[in-house]
Design a protein around this ligand. Sequence first.
Ligand code: ADP
Ligand code: MG
Length: 387
Amino acid sequence: MEPRIQKLQDEFKKQFGDDRDTRLFRAPGRVNLIGEHTDYNEGFVLPAAIDRSILALARPRKDKQVRIYSLDFKNLFEFSLDKIKPVKDSWGNYPMGVAKVLEGEKFKLKGFEAVFQSNVPVGAGLSSSAAIELVNAFIFDAFSELKLDRVKMALLCQKAENEFVGVQCGIMDQFIIALGEKDRALFLDCRDLSYRLVPVPSEKVKLVITNTKVKRSLAGSEYNQRREECNEGVKLLKKNLPKIKSLRDVTPENLVEHQDTLPEIVRKRCTHVVMENDRVTRAVEALTHNNLREFGKLMVESHNSLRDLYQVSCPELDLLVKNALALKGVLGSRMTGAGFGGCTVSLVEEKAVDEFRIKSSRAYRKDTGKVPEFYVCQISDGVGEIK
Ligand code: ADP
Ligand code: MG
């Protein structure tokens, strides 16, 4: 952390003269351990905040100006809280969006100046976007004394991304970054936002995230299509199950009984969602009993289902998972995030991590010509101030 803080201080002085009265804030990236494509079906997810983060060194201003410098983008962005308008293709839309929704809640905001520095890879599916939203929300909250609770903060950041940036994300990313805790995964019910923190034993195992480096070009259109197919499934299943509102309400038994009423593609999609919800509850159960082997098995089942039934994987993700599972000390591995690229997450015994990196890197390079990136992570706290 120290070299990062030094860099922030140096840049802050360069941009804003001196670094007196500054405060340090942090928002982590996140990884979803299991429960993929269940969020928009009002189902269950199990994300965790990771020890990669965006840091912000910040100081309040007396006026309504926000002046922010991103060390990663080497760019100073400036706006007035009185005149917030989206700018095409700018990272400034995330902080501005947060300011806009807070103002929409009738909060009186103070301007500030800040320098950001991040080691959450951008566009890899670890949610650098929600991290930058939450760190800005937290800064406004601290400097303008808004006293927002964390659930509300997450909801407002999601709103900023949906309405101001124009990305139709669910609530999971903002929620885990707002409410995550060290060494705990967060079991979230996406229907009513009830949640429970579940301890993940951290002494002997690590989460290893592997970046395929594949651009997720298909992700947008395919994502919308999956959502439609799920809606179609609900519509058809309703004929026999009139009480259901979403796939969340369909049990595995229900599905077996009525699957013949669904066209093949819709049946596959529904089977993934219904069984994935079931897997999340079983995964939480496994963690509760400290049964990491069972947890790992469920991760693999989840991957296979995303590959074969939901059809959102890609050859690179499949290759990483297959190679990972052939190595010793690997308890489980799966694609994480929306799919068509991005990352896998693997549960690896600590003593096997080095070999995991070397061997999976070699195999992946040989077969794809691409160099994967590894992030060996621990589960960390959500957004906060570092004192
Ligand atoms: P991700 O999967 O990482 O969330 P997104 O495309 O959703 O990818 O969000 C990435 C965007 O978030 C970047 O293009 C940029 O606008 C913003 N962002 C992320 N990290 C930073 C940073 N360190 N500095 C400035 N902007 C950032
Ligand atoms: Mg994002």
